[in-house]
Ligand binder design. Structure first.
Ligand SMILES: [Zn+2]
Length: 319
């Protein structure tokens, strides 16, 4: 069974959905990309002209390699990416995408019909969608958790692959937390309620960036309390090893994360964030990892234990 775990836009015009369905039924060019015995099945709609198909393939190979920069491998033995042209032309190179979770995870992209591989590589959407595959989320509630994971990791993956610098990464996270804070319509209501009503009522930035806060807070705490031996990458990799094929709720996921990593962190932080009534304060976390903010610009300290912890998030190393 396939469950839709992510919808990029709140309201899609009916014409778009119909066109998108029509595009899906078109012929596609299929190829298998193999890495260390794992397989990615890539389907590119044959409506794209041959030169564009090469650009798309170049982009997919790049972002798929980026996804290997978390576990050193892909989250599934075999998975799929399908790409179709977006019916409406616009400035966004990837106007729409979604993730289908099932026996075979599939990421479905709709891109502009003419766009270069470089433009696609610079768009955050590709990294965001692939990051959804890092946990065995099945779309059962707590959407904030899944979207927070992707909002955090999209920035890490872009930095680890050299698309953004460390400074740009933290500037982007800072801007995201500010957007979350500015989306204050539902402040006072617990995150869990806002998240459940997201598609009906909105509050996207509050939900996404409260979730991103969860993963930043968890990553920094894990690294600090283990003296750098544990990281969010490692914690999620253990979850993937044990449970990638299981159907788990988010509560089950956080309990597993605590159990597998022998920490008391993921579950308590989960309770704290899902009951939070506004985007939690990020400034104290930033200060603890050597980030100061002046006139809207982040400055990264280069010396000291906090700075070292922060630098390891991008360099993907442990102590
Ligand atoms: Zn998402």
């Amino acid at each position: 069974m396939t469950s839709r775990s992510f919808i990029r836009l709140l309201v899609l015009p009916l014409s778009f959905i119909l066109l998108a369905k029509a595009a899906m039924s078109e012929e596609s060019v299929h190829q298998t990309i193999e890495r260390d015995g794992q397989k990615l099945q890539l389907h590119i709609n044959s409506q794209f002209d041959p030169d564009m198909q090469i650009e798309l393939q170049d982009w997919v190979v790049f972002i798929a390699e980026t996804l290997q920069k978390v576990y050193g491998r892909w989250p599934r033995q075999e998975w799929e990416i399908s790409i179709s042209p977006a019916p409406a032309a616009g400035s966004d190179p990837i106007p729409w995408a979604q993730v289908h979770r099932g026996e075979m995870d599939r990421v479905e992209f709709y891109t502009a019909s003419q766009v270069s591989a470089d433009e696609l590589k610079n768009a955050w959407t590709g990294y965001h969608e692939l990051a959804h595959l890092l946990i065995p989320y099945r779309g059962w509630g707590d959407l904030w958790f899944s979207e927070g994971l992707s909002s955090y990791y999209q920035n890490i993956l872009m930095a680890r692959s050299g698309i953004s610098t460390e400074q740009q990464m933290w500037q982007n996270l800072y801007a995201g937390f500010l957007r979350g804070r500015a989306d204050s319509r539902f402040d006072g209501q617990p995150l869990n309620e806002v998240s459940s009503a997201l598609r009906k009522k909105g509050g996207f930035m509050r939900v996404y960036w409260s979730g991103a806060w969860y993963f930043l807070a968890a990553d920094v705490r894990l690294r600090r309390q283990s003296g750098g031996k544990l990281t969010l990458d490692i914690a999620l990799e253990k979850l993937n090893q044990c449970c990638a094929n299981q159907r788990l709720s988010v509560l089950e996921i956080v309990n597993k994360l605590d159990e597998l990593n022998q920490v008391l962190l993921f579950q308590s932080l989960y309770q704290q964030v899902r009951t939070s009534t506004e985007v939690p304060t990020f400034e104290t976390i930033f200060a603890s990892i050597g980030i100061t903010i002046k006139d809207g610009t982040v400055t990264l300290q280069q010396e000291g234990p906090g700075a070292r912890l922060r630098q390891q998030i991008i360099s993907h190393t442990t102590l």
